[in-house]
Design a protein around this ligand. Structure first.
Ligand SMILES: Cc1cc2nc3c(=O)[nH]c(=O)nc-3n(C[C@H](O)[C@H](O)[C@H](O)COP(=O)(O)O)c2cc1C
Length: 334
């Protein structure tokens, strides 16, 4: 009843991070963080979601790329009762949606930002993609050691959209931490609204444990001037709280943890049946290609299936056969 009558406030992502306790963030995930999945996690205490990394040049050039890369709805961001820091009052706040671009050319980044900005709550610049093709295109983690170029990119977007529009960056830590400090400080002086710090270097695979001390170092390098989101190895509510405590970051972002359990920030140890049921409904309503639908469910159900059940599930080849199979296991979709 309380929820129905109080219109949620619309607050910029950095203000959410600065003002409220326990802000949870869903990572940008190429291929995966599309509308049905973003809507799903917003049902389970994810306050800020991201569109997957999109090449700014393609996005500005092609209407078709814009349609395939980005769709949204009014409902996907969710509404939450959030508590102000230091036991302040609870307020009802709408979730935030952030677009992520990869770019090298400041004008191209500003062009793409201008096209998308009325439809999202902020724009993030990817400085962490470690893939070889990205490095050779001088995007993603190539930019980690080019703070002056990052400054030009951020300023181009700020100049185009106005100083108040949120532009953030998502970085990886550098093995030479003083470079991380310089990057964070340069980005802040260029006007970024917040910084997400993935606590692995560009050479580290995701199987390496994340370095929380390196994220803490970045939090200290920001000197409280902008909020920091800590990213890496948040697989449960307990781990997310440990990350918050150890790093001092204002938000915690999860990527693979949410793929495996979209309800992890709501305190579930493994994907609850309700999340599977919501996902099937949302992906049917919004539309999702079968291979992606199937892959998401395989991730979500992995911890609940035995080896033979996994093999059987992986062999299913149509939406209808997946739904029938899940119904036979007790899931309810009506
Ligand atoms: C399938 C997949 C796709 C990803 N796509 C992106 C992306 O589009 N943009 C980005 O900044 N990071 C991307 N990442 C990196 C994650 O956002 C995150 O930084 C990384 O997985 C570490 O977080 P985790 O330990 O919670 O998984 C991707 C990771 C995975 C596994």
């Amino acid at each position: 009843m309380e929820d129905a009558v109080i219109e949620p406030e619309i607050i910029a992502p950095q203000e959410m991070l600065r003002t409220f306790e326990g802000i949870n963030v869903a990572a940008p995930l190429v291929r995966y963080s599309k509308l049905p999945f973003r809507h799903l996690v917003s049902l389970y205490d994810v306050h800020i979601t991201h569109v997957p990394m999109t090449l700014a040049a393609e996005f500005s050039r092609s209407l078709q790329a814009r349609h395939s890369d980005f769709t949204t709805t009014r409902e996907e961001r969710g509404a939450f009762w959030l508590t102000e820091r230091n036991k302040g009052p609870r307020r009802r706040v709408r979730g935030a949606l952030v677009m992520q671009f990869a770019a090298n050319d400041p004008k191209v980044f500003a062009d793409a930002a201008q096209l998308i900005h009325p439809h999202v709550d902020g724009i993030d610049l990817n400085l962490g993609c470690p893939q070889r093709w990205a490095y050779s295109e001088k995007i993603g983690c190539w930019l980690l050691r080019q703070p002056d170029h990052v400054r030009d990119l951020v300023r181009a977007a700020k100049d185009r959209l106005g100083w108040n529009y949120p532009i953030s960056v998502k970085i990886r830590v550098d093995p030479e931490l003083e470079r991380t400090e310089r990057l964070v400080q340069t980005a802040i002086h260029a006007g970024v609204s917040h910084v997400t710090v993935h606590g692995r270097t560009r050479h580290q695979p995701s199987s390496d444990p994340v370095s929380l001390p390196s994220i803490r170092f970045a939090v200290e390098a920001a000197k409280g001037e902008v909020p920091i989101v800590a990213n890496g190895d948040a697989w449960s509510t307990r781990e997310a709280e440990q990350i918050r405590t150890i790093t001092g970051a204002q938000g915690v972002m999860s990527a693979r943890g949410l793929l495996a359990n979209p309800a992890l920030f709501s305190g579930y140890e493994q994907t609850p049946s309700s999340a599977v049921e919501h996902f099937v409904r949302l992906s049917t309503d919004y539309g999702m290609l079968f291979p992606l639908f199937h892959r998401h469910l395989a991730y979500m159900l992995e911890s609940r299936f035995s080896r033979s059940e996994k093999l059987l599930f992986n062999s299913l080849a149509s939406h209808a056969s997946v739904v029938d199979h899940l119904e036979s296991r007790g899931f309810q979709f009506m």
